[in-house]
Design a protein around this ligand. Structure first.
Ligand SMILES: Cc1cc2nc3c(=O)[nH]c(=O)nc-3n(C[C@H](O)[C@H](O)[C@H](O)COP(=O)(O)OP(=O)(O)OC[C@H]3O[C@@H](n4cnc5c(N)ncnc54)[C@H](O)[C@@H]3O)c2cc1C
Length: 409
C-alpha cells in the first residue's frame, strides 16, 4: 500500500454542537479542516441546534472561552448559583452552591440554537476550515497515510481523503458503524418533554432544581425574564398523553410534580419531546478515526451532562492533535491512543453516574425510598463528598485539558 497525501488534515463528520466545537478548537492550528453537516444550522430541522436549553458546566464555559465562543453567548446566558436536588414525598434534599464551592457560578444555561449560531459564525471566520453543508460522508477505507471517503453533496459525490476522520454524527451515527465500531443501546422507555414556563412570584435567585418523582425526574433551570426551562421525563405512553394536554392541564401536571414551593406555574412556552436511551460506542478510536460527543455516548439528560462530556472529548482530542502537529508526528496515529486512554475514566464515570441516577430513582419508593432520602441528606452534610461531586459536575475533575484550564491549545 502506498502512502497517500490527504486532501485535508482533519475531516469532521457532523457539525452539531460537538463537531462544530471541534472545528473551532482546531482552527487556530492552521491545519486544513473539513466540516461535513447534513442539515443547515439555521434550518428548523437541525437536530442539534433546536429549542432545548443546555446547562453548561463551569469547565465547559472555560473551554468555550478558550476557543473564542463564550463572548458571543455570555450576554444571553443565565448563571446557575445553586442546584437543589429533592425527591417528591421524601425528607432528604441536597444542595450545591457556587458560594460554598468558591466559584462565581456552578454553570450557565444557554439556548442550543444560539450556541449553534455562535459556533458556526466562528467556523466561517477561519479560511482553513471548509464547511460542506448539506452533505454526508460514506464508504470509509483506510489507506497507508490517510482514510478515503465519498463526500455526498447536492452537486454530486466527490472522493475525499483525510489524515484523521472524526465522527461527531450523534447517537445514530452511520459512519461509526461503517468503521466497524459497535454501539450498545439501552432504551429507558422514557421521553423528555422540554419547554419553558413562568412561575408566579418565584425568586430570581438563579437556582436550578432537580426533582425526582415516582413518574420520572423534572429539572427546572433558571431562564430569562423570570422564566424556567424545564425537562420533564415521563414513560413513553404518559409522555404521549402529556404532549396532548392543553396548556392549563400541562401546567397542573408541572404543579403536581414540583408542588408550589417556587410559586404557581403559568404561561407555558412551546413543548417539544425527545425519546431517551443510553447509547455507548464499544470503542472511541479506529485506525485514523476518533469518535466524539453523542456518537461516543448518548446520555439521559437528567443530570445535564451530555454536551459537557462531549466538549471534554473535543478539548482532549484537540490537545493530542495539537501536540502531534507541533512535534511533527502523525496526528492520526499514536495520538489517537492517547485520546482514548485519557477519555476512558471521565466517560465511564459520567455514564455510570447518569445511568445510576435513573435506575436508582426508577426503583419503587418502598424498596429504596428511605435510603435515597438519607443518601441525599447525608450528601448535604458531608463536605468532602460534596466537593468531589461538585468538581465532577462542574467538569473540573480528573486530569484537565489546557482548554478546560482556560489556556490556548
Ligand atoms: C432534552 C435534552 C436536554 C439536554 N440538556 C443538556 C444539558 O443541559 N447539558 C448538557 O451538557 N447536555 C444536554 N443534552 C445533551 C446534548 O444535547 C447532547 O449531548 C449534544 O447535542 C450532543 O451533540 P453532538 O454534536 O455530539 O450530537 P448531535 O447533537 O446529535 O448532533 C449531530 C450532528 O451531526 C449531524 N449528522 C448526523 N448524521 C450525519 C451524517 N451522516 N452526515 C453529516 N452530518 C450528520 C446532525 O445533523 C447534527 O447536526 C440534552 C439533551 C436533550 C435531548
Amino acid at each position: 500500500m502506498s502512502a497517500v497525501s490527504p486532501d485535508c488534515d482533519v475531516l469532521i463528520a457532523g457539525g452539531g454542537l460537538v463537531g462544530a466545537s471541534l472545528a473551532v478548537a482546531l482552527a487556530p492550528l492552521g491545519i486544513r479542516i473539513g466540516l461535513v453537516e447534513a442539515v443547515p444550522p439555521g434550518s428548523d430541522d437541525q437536530p442539534s441546534f433546536d429549542d432545548r436549553t443546555i446547562a453548561l458546566s463551569r469547565g465547559s464555559q472555560q473551554i468555550l472561552d478558550a476557543i473564542g465562543v463564550w463572548n458571543d453567548v455570555a450576554a444571553e446566558a443565565v448563571a446557575i448559583n445553586e442546584i437543589h436536588v429533592s425527591e417528591k414525598g421524601r425528607f432528604g434534599t441536597a444542595q450545591l452552591s457556587a458560594r460554598e464551592q468558591g466559584v462565581p457560578a456552578l454553570g450557565h444555561v444557554v439556548a442550543s440554537r444560539e450556541l449553534g449560531r455562535a459556533l458556526w459564525s466562528r467556523v466561517s471566520a477561519f479560511a482553513n476550515v471548509r464547511a460542506h453543508c448539506p452533505a454526508r460522508l460514506s464508504g470509509p477505507a483506510v489507506d497507508a497515510g490517510a482514510i478515503r471517503l465519498q463526500l455526498e453533496r447536492e452537486a454530486g459525490p466527490v472522493a475525499v481523503s483525510t489524515g484523521l476522520l472524526v465522527v461527531a454524527e450523534g447517537a445514530r451515527s452511520g459512519l461509526r458503524q461503517a468503521l466497524g465500531i459497535d454501539a450498545s443501546e439501552t432504551d429507558y422507555g422514557q421521553v423528555a418533554i422540554v419547554g419553558n414556563v413562568a412561575v408566579a412570584g418565584a425568586p430570581s435567585d438563579c437556582v436550578a432544581h432537580e426533582r425526582f418523582t415516582a413518574d420520572g425526574p423534572l429539572a427546572l433551570l433558571p431562564w430569562r425574564h423570570g422564566r424556567y426551562a424545564f425537562v420533564l421525563a415521563r414513560r413513553r405512553e404518559a409522555a404521549a398523553d402529556a404532549m396532548k394536554l392543553a396548556d392549563g392541564e400541562f401546567l397542573a401536571l408541572l404543579d403536581q410534580a414540583f408542588g408550589r414551593r417556587l410559586g404557581r406555574f403559568e404561561s407555558l412556552g412551546r413543548r417539544s419531546c425527545y425519546p431517551l436511551s443510553l447509547v455507548r460506542a464499544g470503542r472511541i478510536v479506529a485506525p485514523r478515526a476518533a469518535v466524539i460527543g453523542n456518537a461516543a455516548h448518548g446520555l439521559h439528560p437528567v443530570a445535564g451532562q451530555g454536551f459537557n462530556l462531549g466538549l471534554r472529548d473535543v478539548a482532549t482530542l484537540a490537545e493530542v492533535v495539537a501536540d502531534a502537529v507541533r512535534d511533527g508526528q502523525d496526528h492520526g496515529g499514536a495520538a489517537l491512543e492517547r485520546y482514548a486512554a485519557w477519555r476512558g475514566r471521565d466517560q465511564r464515570n459520567v455514564v455510570a453516574f447518569t445511568d445510576g441516577l435513573i435506575r436508582l430513582f426508577d426503583l419503587p419508593l418502598a424498596a429504596t425510598g428511605v435510603a435515597r432520602g438519607a443518601g441525599l441528606a447525608l450528601f448535604d452534610i458531608l463536605p468532602p463528598v460534596k466537593r468531589l461531586l461538585a468538581r465532577e459536575t462542574m467538569g473540573l475533575g480528573g486530569r484537565m485539558t489546557r482548554l478546560a484550564r482556560g489556556l490556548p491549545l
